[in-house]
Design a protein around this ligand. Structure first.
Ligand SMILES: Cc1cc2nc3c(=O)[nH]c(=O)nc-3n(C[C@H](O)[C@H](O)[C@H](O)COP(=O)(O)OP(=O)(O)OC[C@H]3O[C@@H](n4cnc5c(N)ncnc54)[C@H](O)[C@@H]3O)c2cc1C
Length: 386
């Protein structure tokens, strides 16, 4: 099993251990990919942040307590990248079903196109003969994690050297990353493919790969041109993020935990609600189940009177809600968790809370990251973080 943090206690311990190097050291060394078991220049907090076992506010506050703002700027802006992708996708929700359709279409092509099927199978098995690519696939399979810089190279080689559809690559990593995140994953793949910023794709370079991996690799035959397409750059116009359906403040409530937010005891909007029961949905991944169990145990400690119903099938959730409770859950951004909630039986009294981090930052994520970046000092000040 992974050594990535999947409980809140592990996430807090990982944060405490990482904080001393989150300042200028991180700014200088974060792009070095030293290989499995040696990723000491990055936090490896993403599996916990993605599930909000620990929040962006908590991570940034801990880092700023050791490294006042300019020193920690690089690390903090990376944390904002996560929010940026979420907010950007939230205002273009149609890109997610478009992506799912494209994965299905590319999957169907694998059935009929033998050459594509063979190249795809070799890539997925890490048997392309490109040393770094094959090693990263092995690392991903055995640890569920890749360094950010390695993710960029893997995606670039997949698209431009191996000539495989980016959507199949995104599906490949989404199924394997322990931090799998629909926004960061899909949109990073689009960014590498040249579909996020006009005229800009990310092309790997053998010399840079050798330098950034401490000479571990000397890849041969990498593409020297990034040919964008056949899809052309069509970025949908942003629309306002969907508004949450808020819970009634005094109604008996069933707290439904999803992998989108697993530290409910820290959510101000939940503190005064009469929470009578708590549950999650069944059928989650093994990593999500560990994190959900940890969250349910903490929620039970916070609301000891509430009945813990464990993992419920959708039909059982409907039954639980017939006990008169409104269901309260974290706002699920575009992605699989939102799809699961949408597929629940109609008419469930489902209500949502939106973290004020998202409410504050998402509206600033409509354009490029650098438009958001300008606002980071003001956002931190407004939140009392700097
Ligand atoms: C092709 C590709 C696919 C990706 N897929 C995912 C994914 O499915 N899930 C996921 O969580 N991240 C994804 N990322 C973003 C990034 O690679 C990971 O968040 C990061 O590598 C996690 O490692 P860390 O926690 O050690 O990061 P650190 O370097 O320690 O960064 C601290 C935190 O900042 C955030 N962060 C850092 N870099 C990025 C980034 N480029 N984009 C968004 N957030 C970032 C993460 O929350 C991370 O935990 C992807 C990047 C690429 C290029």
């Amino acid at each position: 099993m992974t050594d990535l943090p999947l409980t809140r206690a592990d996430a807090l311990a990982r944060l405490a251990a990482f904080v001393p190097v989150a300042g200028q050291d991180y700014g200088r060394l974060r792009n070095l990919d030293l290989g499995p078991g040696r990723h000491r220049h990055v936090s490896r907090l993403s599996a916990a942040l993605r599930r909000r076992l620990i929040t962006e506010d908590e991570v940034i506050a801990a880092v700023l307590a050791h490294h006042p703002y300019p020193a920690a700027e690089k690390f903090i802006s990376e944390v904002f990248w996560r929010t940026y992708w979420k907010g950007w996708l939230e205002s273009r929700p149609g890109l997610w079903p478009d992506y799912l359709r494209a994965v299905a279409q590319a999957g169907a092509r694998l059935e009929t196109d033998q050459d594509l099927r063979l190249r795809h199978a070799r890539a997925c098995a890490g048997q392309t003969g490109i040393d770094c690519f094959d090693a990263w696939v092995q690392e991903l399979d055995s640890t569920g994690y890749l360094h950010n810089w390695a993710r960029m190279q893997l995606a670039s080689i997949w698209i431009f050297t191996l000539g495989l559809p980016w959507e199949l690559g995104a599906a490949f990593t989404l199924a394997r990353f322990v931090d799998a995140d629909p926004a960061s994953n899909t949109l990073s793949w689009r960014w590498v493919a040249g579909l996020h910023t006009a005229g800009k794709a990310y092309l790997s370079d053998a010399g840079r790969i050798a330098a950034m991996t401490g000479g571990r690799f000397a890849p041969k035959g990498l593409a020297t041109r990034a040919v964008i397409g056949p899809e052309t750059l069509t970025v949908p116009r942003p629309m306002p993020p969907r508004a949450p359906v808020r819970p009634a403040p005094t109604a008996p409530s069933l707290l439904l935990l999803t992998p989108e937010d697993l530290s409910p005891e820290t959510v101000p909007a939940l503190q005064d609600l009469p929470i009578r029961a708590m549950a999650c949905l069944d059928g989650e991944s093994a990593a999500d189940r560990i994190a959900l169990q940890d969250a349910l145990a903490r929620a039970q400690a916070r609301w000891p009177e509430a009945r813990c119903k464990g993992a419920l099938a959708p039909a059982d959730l409907a039954q639980a809600a017939q006990d008169g409770a409104q269901i309260v859950t974290a706002f699920a951004p575009v992605g699989p968790a939102a799809d699961r909630l949408t597929a629940l039986p109609r008419g469930l009294p489902l209500t949502e809370y939106l973290r004020d981090w998202d409410a504050q930052v998402w509206p600033q994520c409509q354009k490029g990251f650098f438009a958001l970046k300008q606002h980071i000092p003001a956002i931190l000040a407004k939140r009392g973080l700097a």
